[in-house]
Design a protein around this ligand. Structure first.
Ligand code: NAD
Ligand code: UFG
Length: 332
């Protein structure tokens, strides 16, 4: 069976994908510096799959360290999740974001080149659409315009780097997956999103409010032109997202292929609160505050290309995600 290197494989989306890969019979190795994940994730993966993936605690900025992993690895493909992802922090620390996300990716690509690894799947984001002309994003929309933060720019720039590299090496296979808003966790409730430090995404904040680590959720604006005044996003269950990577791997081909991974339907912040309250049976304290700079009123995916070409479609709902989140919270 093929051997896959998952960079960032102990992280939130990476760990869920590693589990799906192992379940399908792939051999997986993980490269992660544990900057935003915990070593215990390996025990949980083992617990759930019966297999403990080989783990390399390495910073992808460490060229020699990365190279050594490839020298010994004999990988057929890389799934590249590793990176820094906090939008607000990237405005405060732009150099760190450019260095880690872009420098790290270049190191991975250098080693792939040296050891003849010809397939990469890259974790991109809906953020590359900037302020799109339509609320519903299709892959052919222009990217890179009106990007408001360094994080988003790194995703756009890495996409461009991958495209350039695929021009130079005609045997190189690139699949770019543009995630919308990942939520939820594995049904077992063993693994889930457990960031180090203060989160800035909606779901991890809701989880911290539930655990009373944060007193209340601040709803960023209730005066948008949406059905209840709060922003609309496309929340995609992380297990659906993980399965998307498997299909991307099975269907990868020379050149560059780009897919949105989203559900195609939108949920408002108030609807998210409501769904969480229904799943937990408890009120979630919140207050409405001003709009957050850079937020778009609504952003959802057109996921038809992934369905057409990969046979991928989101199956789980926001309600499933909330149930699984509560399960994870009660288990941990
Ligand atoms: P995560 O932080 O849980 O996982 C990222 C992993 O990368 C972590 O385990 C972290 O320790 C590791 N990492 C960071 N810097 C590293 C370095 N220098 N060397 C080696 N490892 C390093 O994040 P996630 O939510 O699982 O996101 C995975 C990928 O998907 C990221 O590239 C992210 O930008 C992208 N993405 C995430 C979202 C989201 O909302 N979660 C949305 C769109 C795209
Ligand atoms: N929100 C709140 N309160 C909070 C946090 C978020 O009301 O404390 C709202 C936001 O205003 C937004 C929604 O919840 O309407 C979701 O916000 P997130 O920060 O969870 O997600 P974003 O859609 O802003 O960001 C996501 C990814 C980024 C990516 C971006 C653009 O996390 O990686 O989409 O596509 F850059």
């Amino acid at each position: 069976m093929e051997k896959i290197l998952a960079t960032g494989g102990t992280g939130y989306i990476g760990s869920h994908t590693v589990i799906e890969l192992i379940k399908k019979g792939y051999e997986v190795e993980i490269l992660d510096n544990l900057y935003n994940s915990k070593i215990e994730v390996l025990d949980k993966i083992e617990n759930l799959t019966g297999v403990r993936p080989k783990f390399h605690q390495i910073d992808m900025l460490d060229e020699n360290g990365v190279d050594k992993v490839f020298e010994d690895g004999n990988f057929s493909a890389v799934i590249h999740f590793a990176g820094l992802k906090a939008v607000g922090e990237s405005v405060e620390k732009p150099l760190e974001y450019y260095e880690t996300n872009i420098g790290g990716t270049l190191n991975i690509l250098e080693s792939m080149k040296k050891y003849g690894v010809k397939k990469i799947i890259f974790s991109s984001s809906a953020t590359v659409y900037g302020e799109p002309e339509s609320d519903v994003c299709v892959e052919t929309l222009p990217t890179g315009q009106k990007l408001t933060n360094p994080y988003g720019k790194t995703k756009y720039m890495i996409e461009e780097i991958l495209k350039d590299y695929a021009v130079a090496d005609k045997d190189f296979n690139v699949t770019i997956l543009r995630y919308f808003n990942p939520v939820g966790n594995d049904e077992s409730g063993l693994i889930g999103e457990d960031p180090n430090g203060i989160p800035n995404n909606l779901m991890p904040i809701i989880m911290k409010v539930y655990k009373k680590e944060i007193p209340e959720l601040s709803v960023f604006g209730d005066d948008y032109n949406t059905r209840d005044g709060s922003c609309i996003r496309d929340y995609i269950h992380v297990v659906d997202l993980a399965k998307g990577h498997l299909l991307a791997l099975e269907n990868i081909k020379p050149g560059v292929s780009i897919y949105n991974l989203g559900t195609g339907s939108g949920t408002t912040v108030f609807e998210m609160i409501d769904a969480f309250e229904k799943a937990s049976g408890e009120k979630l304290p919140y207050k409405v505050v001003g709009r957050r700079a850079g937020d778009l009123p609504a952003l959802t995916a057109n996921p038809e290309k992934a369905e057409r070409e990969l046979g991928w479609k989101a199956e789980k709902t926001v309600e499933d995600a909330m149930r699984d989140t509560i399960n994870f919270l009660r288990n941990n």
